[in-house]
Design a protein around this ligand. Structure first.
Ligand code: HEC
Ligand code: HEC
Length: 336
């Protein structure tokens, strides 16, 4: 069976590319082809195995934490309500977890971009002493003792050998299936002019031009330029962001532009979750981070009035795809 059964219609506003026979998920209308590494093409069996692994707390040292502990489908695979996430032994992570919707299209991973591929990224939380703290020498044999994996590794990989590369390769394949393009705004773009409100339409004008011009960083089908910017949050960056990777002073306080899809499911906002509401985010941008060092030159006071800020918020709200969070393909497979 193909990994994407069920609600393709909802998610894609009725018009989709059919999945091909390798089980590669259909991309939503207006999205480019799904990117994946040539040595790890997604298949339905790999995606299903990856889903098991993603939801399995036995990937952590004491069996208490899975990827889904922090990345929950109902929160668009981000954590909602918490600035930081809690891993093994109650340790707090240093950052807020971003959404994984459309994560396949990112060109680097983590807010500072330190992981080059989803495969490389998946290893980081497994071995992190703050998150899952698992010994990679022990994990394959632990999983090999579980019947469901003795069945699903051969299906996905051709033989039953369990390796860290196959574990992370399966998880990455599942993550590539997390496609979200069924928001009211997507339906509006597909020709349904009544899909978004008059306020959201005015917000759209502000977003893509005019006074706010948010699209200069949040552009394209996934509302991100995939680049790094300093949005002037702090005078002294407590978290150096991109500078941690490049060592460059000019990268101090720069973070990867996040997608703006499914925002209503993913508060709080920014890499440290400092803003609880979209209004707080808008007030920050409207003030323009004046006087903050290293602030991106694209920022500055916007001069939006209350009504315009509200219109922009209505537009941002129209980017939430409720069929994504409810997609049965993302349910915890361990719960019967
Ligand atoms: C304890 C909470 C926690 C757990 C467990 C966890 N994550 Fe995360 N995840 C985070 C946080 C926080 C970030 C943001 C960190 C950063 O940017 O430095 C993140 C970032 C990511 C990203 C980067 C997204 C992007 O676009 O940059 C991916 C992908 C991801 N996690 C996948 C996983 C997978 C796969 C697992 C399980 C193997 C996992 N996470 C386990 C909290 C967690
Ligand atoms: C100079 C580039 C740039 C511009 C212009 C810009 N943004 Fe951002 N935006 C970013 C970056 C980078 C982040 C992540 C910052 C962080 O996490 O510290 C971000 C974060 C956000 C977030 C939080 C997302 C989340 O998941 O936490 C929202 C909402 C947002 N921007 C909306 C807007 C709106 C609305 C505008 C226009 C008024 C705008 N942005 C203009 C670069 C930009």
């Amino acid at each position: 069976m193909l990994a994407f059964s069920g609600c393709m219609e909802d998610r894609n506003g009725g018009s989709i590319d059919p999945p091909d026979d390798k089980g590669i998920p259909a991309v939503p209308r207006g999205f480019p082809p799904l990117p994946y590494p040539s040595d790890n093409p997604p298949t339905a069996d790999k995606i299903n195995l990856g889903r098991r692994l993603f939801f399995d707390p036995r990937l952590s040292r004491d069996g208490s934490v899975s990827c889904a502990t922090c990345h929950k489908p109902e929160g668009s695979f981000a954590v909602t309500g918490l600035s930081f996430n809690f891993g093994i032994d109650g340790h707090a992570t240093g950052r807020n977890a971003p959404t994984l919707a459309n994560v396949a299209y990112n060109s680097s991973f983590f807010f500072d971009g330190k992981a080059p591929t989803l495969e490389a990224q998946a290893l980081a939380p497994i071995i992190s002493p703050l998150e899952m703290d698992m010994d990679t020498a022990r994990l394959p044999s632990r999983l090999g003792a579980i019947g469901a994996y003795r069945e699903s590794f051969p299906k996905a990989w051709g033989d039953g050998s369990i390796t860290m590369d196959r574990i992370t390769g399966s998880i990455a394949s599942f993550e590539r299936s997390m496609l979200s393009g069924g928001s009211p705004f997507d339906r509006f773009l597909a020709g349904d002019s009544g899909a978004i409100s008059a306020e959201a339409k005015r917000g759209r004008e502000l977003f893509f031009g005019g006074k706010a011009a948010c699209f200069r960083c949040h552009d394209g089908f996934n509302f991100t330029d995939r680049d790094f910017h300093n949005t002037g949050l702090d005078t002294f960056a407590y978290d150096p962001g991109r500078r941690l990777v490049t060592g460059l002073e000019t990268d101090d306080g720069r973070f990867k532009t996040p997608s703006l899809r499914n925002l209503t499911l993913t508060p709080p906002y920014m890499h440290d979750g400092r803003f609880n509401t979209l209004k707080e985010v808008l007030i920050h941008y409207n003030e323009g981070a004046v006087g903050k060092p290293n602030r991106d030159p694209l920022l500055g006071p916007l001069g939006l009035d209350e009504g315009e800020m509200d219109d922009l918020i209505r537009f941002l709200e129209s980017l939430t795809d409720s069929s994504f969070a409810a997609n049965p393909d993302f349910k915890d497979p361990w719960i019967p």
